[in-house]
Design a protein around this ligand. Sequence first.
Ligand code: G3P
Length: 229
Amino acid sequence: MKFFIDTADLDEIRDLAATGLIDGATTNPSLVAKAGGKFEDIIAEICAILPGPVSAEVAATDFETMVAEGRKLAKIAPNVTVKVPLTPDGLKACKTLTDDGTMVNVTLCFSAGQAILAAKAGATFVSPFIGRLDDIGLRGMDLIEDICTIYRAQPAFKTEVLVASVRSVGHVIDAAKAGAPVATLPPVVLRALYSHPLTDKGLAAFLSDWEKTGQSILGDDVPKPAAAE
Ligand code: G3P
Protein backbone atom coordinates (compact mmCIF):
# COMPACT_ATOMS: atom_id res chain seq x y z
CA MET A 1 0.00 0.00 0.00
CA LYS A 2 1.36 3.40 -0.96
CA PHE A 3 1.08 6.41 1.36
CA PHE A 4 0.72 9.89 -0.05
CA ILE A 5 0.81 12.93 2.20
CA ASP A 6 -2.23 15.19 1.99
CA THR A 7 -0.85 18.69 2.52
CA ALA A 8 0.76 21.65 0.75
CA ASP A 9 2.83 22.54 3.84
CA LEU A 10 6.45 22.22 2.68
CA ASP A 11 7.90 21.94 6.18
CA GLU A 12 5.56 19.04 6.96
CA ILE A 13 6.41 17.38 3.64
CA ARG A 14 10.17 17.69 4.21
CA ASP A 15 9.81 16.35 7.73
CA LEU A 16 7.64 13.39 6.74
CA ALA A 17 9.62 12.59 3.57
CA ALA A 18 12.55 11.87 5.92
CA THR A 19 10.58 8.92 7.36
CA GLY A 20 11.14 7.10 4.07
CA LEU A 21 7.49 6.01 4.16
CA ILE A 22 5.95 8.57 1.81
CA ASP A 23 5.35 7.67 -1.83
CA GLY A 24 3.78 10.89 -3.10
CA ALA A 25 1.62 13.87 -2.18
CA THR A 26 -1.82 15.30 -2.83
CA THR A 27 -2.87 18.93 -2.68
CA ASN A 28 -6.12 20.71 -3.38
CA PRO A 29 -7.08 24.39 -3.62
CA SER A 30 -8.06 24.49 0.07
CA LEU A 31 -4.71 23.04 1.19
CA VAL A 32 -2.82 25.47 -1.09
CA ALA A 33 -4.79 28.43 0.30
CA LYS A 34 -4.00 27.25 3.84
CA ALA A 35 -0.25 26.88 3.11
CA GLY A 36 0.02 30.22 1.27
CA GLY A 37 2.50 30.98 -1.51
CA LYS A 38 2.52 30.66 -5.29
CA PHE A 39 0.82 27.44 -6.42
CA GLU A 40 3.31 26.48 -9.15
CA ASP A 41 6.28 27.09 -6.82
CA ILE A 42 4.73 24.92 -4.10
CA ILE A 43 4.13 22.08 -6.56
CA ALA A 44 7.69 22.37 -7.95
CA GLU A 45 9.10 22.20 -4.40
CA ILE A 46 7.01 19.16 -3.47
CA CYS A 47 8.01 17.40 -6.70
CA ALA A 48 11.67 18.02 -5.85
CA ILE A 49 11.24 16.57 -2.33
CA LEU A 50 9.17 13.53 -3.30
CA PRO A 51 9.91 11.57 -6.48
CA GLY A 52 6.44 9.95 -6.53
CA PRO A 53 3.16 11.34 -7.89
CA VAL A 54 2.27 14.86 -6.69
CA SER A 55 -1.33 15.91 -7.33
CA ALA A 56 -1.95 19.49 -8.47
CA GLU A 57 -5.58 20.44 -9.04
CA VAL A 58 -6.93 22.50 -11.92
CA ALA A 59 -9.05 25.53 -11.01
CA ALA A 60 -11.20 25.65 -14.17
CA THR A 61 -14.42 23.72 -14.67
CA ASP A 62 -14.72 23.72 -18.47
CA PHE A 63 -12.96 21.13 -20.64
CA GLU A 64 -10.72 23.45 -22.71
CA THR A 65 -9.43 25.47 -19.78
CA MET A 66 -8.94 22.36 -17.63
CA VAL A 67 -6.81 20.80 -20.36
CA ALA A 68 -4.79 24.02 -20.80
CA GLU A 69 -4.25 24.30 -17.04
CA GLY A 70 -3.42 20.59 -16.77
CA ARG A 71 -0.84 20.83 -19.56
CA LYS A 72 0.76 23.84 -17.87
CA LEU A 73 0.87 22.07 -14.49
CA ALA A 74 2.27 18.89 -16.08
CA LYS A 75 5.26 20.89 -17.37
CA ILE A 76 6.34 21.71 -13.80
CA ALA A 77 7.86 18.24 -13.25
CA PRO A 78 7.50 14.71 -14.61
CA ASN A 79 5.86 13.52 -11.36
CA VAL A 80 3.00 16.04 -11.46
CA THR A 81 -0.38 14.31 -11.40
CA VAL A 82 -3.10 16.62 -12.66
CA LYS A 83 -6.18 16.53 -10.48
CA VAL A 84 -9.55 17.09 -12.13
CA PRO A 85 -13.03 17.01 -10.61
CA LEU A 86 -15.44 14.15 -11.28
CA THR A 87 -17.66 16.02 -13.74
CA PRO A 88 -18.41 15.35 -17.42
CA ASP A 89 -15.87 18.01 -18.45
CA GLY A 90 -13.39 16.75 -15.85
CA LEU A 91 -13.54 13.20 -17.19
CA LYS A 92 -13.20 14.45 -20.76
CA ALA A 93 -10.12 16.40 -19.67
CA CYS A 94 -8.88 13.26 -17.88
CA LYS A 95 -8.99 11.31 -21.13
CA THR A 96 -7.18 14.02 -23.10
CA LEU A 97 -4.48 14.48 -20.45
CA THR A 98 -3.87 10.75 -19.99
CA ASP A 99 -3.63 10.44 -23.79
CA ASP A 100 -0.86 13.09 -23.53
CA GLY A 101 0.93 10.72 -21.13
CA THR A 102 0.13 12.78 -18.01
CA MET A 103 -0.94 11.10 -14.76
CA VAL A 104 -4.46 12.17 -13.73
CA ASN A 105 -6.17 11.96 -10.34
CA VAL A 106 -9.97 12.25 -10.57
CA THR A 107 -11.12 13.86 -7.35
CA LEU A 108 -14.38 14.38 -5.44
CA CYS A 109 -15.61 10.83 -6.05
CA PHE A 110 -18.59 9.90 -3.87
CA SER A 111 -20.11 6.84 -5.59
CA ALA A 112 -19.09 3.55 -7.17
CA GLY A 113 -20.77 4.63 -10.41
CA GLN A 114 -18.53 7.70 -10.55
CA ALA A 115 -15.49 5.49 -9.93
CA ILE A 116 -16.47 3.29 -12.90
CA LEU A 117 -16.61 6.40 -15.10
CA ALA A 118 -13.18 7.55 -13.86
CA ALA A 119 -11.70 4.17 -14.77
CA LYS A 120 -13.38 4.30 -18.20
CA ALA A 121 -11.80 7.75 -18.69
CA GLY A 122 -8.37 6.22 -18.04
CA ALA A 123 -7.68 7.95 -14.72
CA THR A 124 -4.41 7.01 -13.05
CA PHE A 125 -6.06 7.49 -9.64
CA VAL A 126 -9.60 8.01 -8.38
CA SER A 127 -10.04 9.80 -5.05
CA PRO A 128 -13.11 8.75 -3.04
CA PHE A 129 -13.55 11.15 -0.08
CA ILE A 130 -14.45 8.87 2.80
CA GLY A 131 -14.43 11.37 5.70
CA ARG A 132 -16.94 13.58 3.95
CA LEU A 133 -19.29 10.61 3.51
CA ASP A 134 -18.90 9.78 7.22
CA ASP A 135 -19.73 13.44 7.94
CA ILE A 136 -23.19 13.02 6.40
CA GLY A 137 -23.94 9.80 8.27
CA LEU A 138 -22.85 7.30 5.61
CA ARG A 139 -19.96 4.83 5.90
CA GLY A 140 -17.21 6.09 3.59
CA MET A 141 -15.36 2.80 3.87
CA ASP A 142 -18.30 0.98 2.20
CA LEU A 143 -17.49 2.99 -0.92
CA ILE A 144 -13.81 1.98 -0.79
CA GLU A 145 -14.79 -1.68 -0.42
CA ASP A 146 -17.22 -1.40 -3.36
CA ILE A 147 -14.74 0.32 -5.67
CA CYS A 148 -11.94 -2.13 -4.80
CA THR A 149 -14.30 -5.04 -5.54
CA ILE A 150 -15.36 -3.53 -8.86
CA TYR A 151 -11.82 -2.72 -10.00
CA ARG A 152 -10.64 -6.24 -9.07
CA ALA A 153 -13.53 -7.69 -11.11
CA GLN A 154 -12.64 -5.55 -14.13
CA PRO A 155 -9.00 -6.26 -15.06
CA ALA A 156 -9.25 -3.79 -17.96
CA PHE A 157 -9.58 -0.96 -15.42
CA LYS A 158 -6.08 0.27 -14.58
CA THR A 159 -7.13 3.08 -12.22
CA GLU A 160 -5.83 2.91 -8.64
CA VAL A 161 -8.11 3.71 -5.70
CA LEU A 162 -6.57 6.63 -3.79
CA VAL A 163 -8.39 6.79 -0.46
CA ALA A 164 -8.86 10.48 0.41
CA SER A 165 -10.46 12.58 3.13
CA VAL A 166 -8.84 10.22 5.63
CA ARG A 167 -9.46 11.30 9.19
CA SER A 168 -8.22 8.48 11.46
CA VAL A 169 -5.91 5.53 11.97
CA GLY A 170 -9.00 3.30 11.69
CA HIS A 171 -9.62 4.64 8.18
CA VAL A 172 -6.07 3.64 7.16
CA ILE A 173 -6.40 0.14 8.63
CA ASP A 174 -9.79 -0.47 7.02
CA ALA A 175 -8.56 0.86 3.66
CA ALA A 176 -5.60 -1.53 3.85
CA LYS A 177 -7.96 -4.44 4.67
CA ALA A 178 -10.11 -3.53 1.66
CA GLY A 179 -7.03 -3.78 -0.56
CA ALA A 180 -6.87 -0.09 -1.50
CA PRO A 181 -3.51 0.46 -3.21
CA VAL A 182 -3.05 4.10 -2.07
CA ALA A 183 -4.21 6.32 0.78
CA THR A 184 -3.44 10.00 1.17
CA LEU A 185 -2.92 10.90 4.80
CA PRO A 186 -3.00 14.24 6.58
CA PRO A 187 0.28 14.58 8.56
CA VAL A 188 -1.57 14.18 11.87
CA VAL A 189 -2.94 10.77 10.80
CA LEU A 190 0.44 9.57 9.55
CA ARG A 191 2.05 10.49 12.88
CA ALA A 192 -0.80 8.86 14.80
CA LEU A 193 -0.05 5.55 13.04
CA TYR A 194 3.23 5.31 14.97
CA SER A 195 1.62 5.74 18.38
CA HIS A 196 0.73 3.15 20.96
CA PRO A 197 0.93 3.73 24.72
CA LEU A 198 2.34 0.23 25.23
CA THR A 199 5.19 1.04 22.84
CA ASP A 200 6.08 4.11 24.93
CA LYS A 201 5.73 2.21 28.20
CA GLY A 202 7.71 -0.80 26.96
CA LEU A 203 10.52 1.38 25.60
CA ALA A 204 10.79 3.33 28.86
CA ALA A 205 11.12 0.04 30.80
CA PHE A 206 13.76 -1.34 28.40
CA LEU A 207 15.80 1.88 28.57
CA SER A 208 15.66 1.94 32.36
CA ASP A 209 16.79 -1.71 32.60
CA TRP A 210 19.54 -1.14 30.05
CA GLU A 211 20.82 1.79 32.08
CA LYS A 212 21.23 -0.59 35.03
CA THR A 213 23.63 -2.79 33.02
CA GLY A 214 26.07 0.13 32.74
CA GLN A 215 26.91 -0.96 29.19
CA SER A 216 27.14 0.93 25.91
CA ILE A 217 26.79 -0.81 22.54
CA LEU A 218 28.86 1.75 20.62
CA GLY A 219 31.30 2.61 23.35
CA ASP A 220 33.33 5.59 22.11
CA ASP A 221 32.11 5.13 18.50
CA VAL A 222 29.17 7.47 19.00
CA PRO A 223 28.14 8.94 15.61
CA LYS A 224 28.91 12.63 15.28
CA PRO A 225 25.90 14.88 14.69
CA ALA A 226 25.62 16.13 11.10
CA ALA A 227 27.48 19.45 10.70
CA ALA A 228 25.15 22.44 10.90
CA GLU A 229 24.75 24.13 7.51
O1 G3P B 1 -7.50 14.45 -0.28
C1 G3P B 1 -8.72 15.10 -0.12
C2 G3P B 1 -8.76 15.72 1.22
O2 G3P B 1 -7.84 16.74 1.28
C3 G3P B 1 -10.08 16.17 1.68
O3 G3P B 1 -10.06 15.96 3.03
O4 G3P B 1 -10.69 16.30 5.34
O5 G3P B 1 -11.09 18.12 3.64
O6 G3P B 1 -12.46 16.04 3.64
P1 G3P B 1 -11.15 16.66 3.96
